[in-house]
Design a protein around this ligand. Sequence first.
Ligand SMILES: [Zn+2]
Length: 228
Amino acid sequence: MDGRHDTDHKDADANTAPVTVRSTVVVPLVLADGRTVESTIYSFDGLRDGKEHFAVRLGNASRPDPLVRLHSECVTGDVFGSARCDCGPQLQEALRRVHEEGGYVLYLRQEGRGIGLFAKLDAYRLQDEGHDTYAANALLGHGEDERDYGVAADMLRAIGAERIRLLSNNPDKHCQLSNEGIEIIAQVPTGVFAGKHNRRYLEAKVRRTGHRISLPAATEAGPKKSGA
Ligand SMILES: [Zn+2]
């Protein structure tokens, strides 16, 4: 529970005060395919960890079963296009699919699986020495995955989206949201964005945390090109 910055926020009891929508604002977004689409960005009051998580509403989100993607911040992948992970293409795919089907992308400020940007960069250095993405976090004294999706459940309740289709391959997201009272009527798999630089990262996701993704076969000598 570090990372509380809500000095000028009213610091209500996080266990009892409900999360509420603070404001909504329309923001046009340019998708990866060049289309400009309308989105509405939601900010919130009362988030349990005091961080500035936000939601992006796209397409016909009023449908009874909106498509929801929980995306954890990855500034290197999301903004700079780092090929060490698949976050950038995952975010772009989520924005496109959620726009087409109607729903929400929740952008969660838990960089580096919750350990922060600088620690993530330290972990990259350890990965270059041969450790996988989870072992590297553990060597730095962090959990393998410190992400908490409870805050996402609070955001969905505040928006009024308590019955959703979840766009994810990650069983932990499904489990945590269900435990927090969100009804998931379907889990919709995401695409696989395998490339030369992120293959070990994706393999670790499958091996260590049961992500439901099937990677194209690759030889030890070098991964095959995958256009996913
Ligand atoms: Zn990433």
